[in-house]
Structures are given as C-alpha cells and as structure tokens.
Design a protein around this ligand. Structure first.
Ligand SMILES: CC(C)(COP(=O)(O)OP(=O)(O)OC[C@H]1O[C@@H](n2cnc3c(N)ncnc32)[C@H](O)[C@@H]1OP(=O)(O)O)[C@@H](O)C(=O)NCCC(=O)NCCS
Length: 205
C-alpha cells in the first residue's frame, strides 16, 4: 500500500466490484470523453460483473509484469477511505526501454483536491524505486486541460504531438505526449518530494 495524507493507493480486490461500479456509473459524462472503451453501453461496461473481468485482466497483466494497477482511495475528513479512482502504469516494456504509459481517472465529486498529482507521484516513485522502470509517459488530449495540469504541476516534459493517436469518444484523437525519466526526479529526492515542495510553495505564496 502507498500512502500520502488522505490518499491511498492499493491493489484492487474482488470486493471493490460494487463501489467501482457505483463510482464509474455516476461519472459517465465526466469520463467518457477521455477514455478508450470497447463497444457497449456505459452502464453495462461499468457493471459489477464487468469489474470482475477488468479485475482479472489487470491481475493477469500485473502478474506478467506488464502493468502496475492501483485503486485510489480517499479519506474525506474523518470518513473511512473510499474508492475514488484508478491509476495504472501500463504497457510496460523492459529490456533497454524500461518504460511505461500511465492512465488515470478520479470521481468528479472529489476533483480539484490534488488527489491525482499525489497518486501519480506515489505511483511513479514506486515504479522507479521498486518496479525497475526508467521512463514514464502520459498521453493527453489537448482539450483535457485538467489532465494536462496534473502533469504540468509535477514537472513532466512535453515532448511529442501524436496525430490521430487513440480512438476515443467516437473518433481518432490527437494527443500531447509528456514524459519523465528517473534521473529528473532523483535529483529532486523523488516525485512526491517535488510535489510536496511545489504544494507548500503554492500555499505560502
Ligand atoms: C484529470 C483528473 C484525473 C485530475 O484529477 P484531480 O485529482 O482533480 O487533479 P487536481 O486536483 O490536480 O486538478 C487538476 C486540474 O483540474 C481542474 N479542476 C479543479 N477542480 C475541478 C473541478 N471541480 N472540475 C473540473 N476540473 C477541475 C483545475 O484546472 C486543476 O488544475 P489547477 O490545480 O492548476 O487549478 C480528473 O480531472 C479526471 O479524472 N478527469 C476525467 C478523466 C481524465 O481526464 N483522465 C485522464 C485522461 S489523460
């Protein structure tokens, strides 16, 4: 388990099916414009039964060493931590590349509280320190200003423009490529340390 303040990252469990389905179904208009999805209705794709298929697939990839998927839990005030999102370090390629892509989402009802930059910092530090990775890449639609802010606040480099890159929400969509290598964050004591510093500077400004 990885933790920073009210944000916890942990592996999914089968018992997450109902909470996952509820949060995903409540967020259709918030998530559908940004996610590559198989054909089917949002309700069906995000049913408790679909979670079991997603869970099996993520577990298989994790065991094969091609993904590090995490459930994101958030403890609001005194409340118990609840499932509010997901971050997956996926498409891991090792050998001379040691690189991966990150995908993520968070419940709209807790957006804007810095949950995703915190989750990203925890996941990336884990991938570099324990997962044997050297490079992390994030690809984001130019229109997705909230997601671009997440990587910009963490100091990812903008390094590519991918035309018609992913089929999302009914069409092939351009994406901006951002990346980080281990050396860049080691110099700062890790991505979480960098994120903590930038938050405290923003609060004291
Ligand atoms: C992108 C996303 C994960 C950001 O998560 P988050 O935990 O809200 O991240 P932050 O709190 O750092 O907020 C990021 C930006 O979102 C915007 N934002 C803040 N509150 C918001 C709200 N209530 N609603 C919409 N956007 C908001 C702000 O621009 C903020 O940047 P700022 O800190 O410079 O003001 C989240 O918006 C999301 O899940 N979006 C839908 C799915 C998605 O886009 N996934 C990524 C695909 S590449």
């Amino acid at each position: 388990m990885l933790r920073e303040g009210a944000v916890t990252l942990r592996p999914y469990a089968l018992r997450d099916a109902s909470a996952w389905s509820k949060v995903r179904r409540a967020n259709e208009t918030w998530l559908a414009p940004w996610e590559p999805l198989p054909l089917g209705s949002w309700r069906e794709l995000n049913s408790p039964a679909s979670f079991r298929a997603v869970y099996r697939e993520l577990r298989k990839s994790a065991r094969a060493g091609t993904a590090m998927p995490f459930a994101i839990c958030f403890a609001d005030g005194d409340a118990r931590p609840r499932l509010v999102g997901q971050i997956t370090i996926g498409n891991i390629v090792r050998r001379a590349f040691c690189s991966a892509y990150v995908g993520y989402w968070v419940d709209a009802r807790v957006a804007g509280r810095g949950i995703m930059p915190t989750a990203m910092a925890l996941a990336v530090d884990h991938a570099f320190a324990n997962g044997g990775l050297h490079r992390i890449e994030v690809n984001i639609r130019p229109e997705n200003t909230a997601s671009r802010r997440v990587v910009e606040k963490l100091g990812f480099r903008e390094e590519a423009f991918h035309q018609r890159y992913l089929h999302i929400d009914g069409a092939w969509r351009d994406h901006i490529g951002y990346a980080l290598t281990q050396e860049e964050v080691t110099a700062d004591g890790g991505l979480l340390a960098r994120w903590r510093r930038s938050r405290s500077q923003a609060h004291s400004a």
